[in-house]
Design a protein around this ligand. Sequence first.
Ligand SMILES: [Zn+2]
Length: 119
Amino acid sequence: MKKMKPLPKRWYKKFKFIQCGLECGEGWNQMLYELCTKIQQYITDTPLQSNFRVTQIKEKFGTLRFYCSGTTETIEHLIDQYEIKSSITCENCGQPGKTVCIDGWYSTLCKMCIFKRCL
Ligand SMILES: [Zn+2]
């Protein structure tokens, strides 16, 4: 179980739909920011969808998981795209990576971070 961290403060200001912290590595921050920006844009363009909330952001089996309520097909589609992206992005540093199993735990890491973790 990963420790919950708060997101950068400005994120909560910018993305009012986020109601949770972060339970994944910082390497995914850039990707998460992109995803939230796209969701925010969609919500702004579609005011009826303003009841959308993100209740948990975590890593599971090496990929990004977004748990939310009030979601729509468009938002689901965006989230799916980023789940796929997370499977090729190092959770630790953001470099291109792949999902590996180390000691029974799945993580998506780049070569350098796999090396460091195996030391
Ligand atoms: Zn890495």
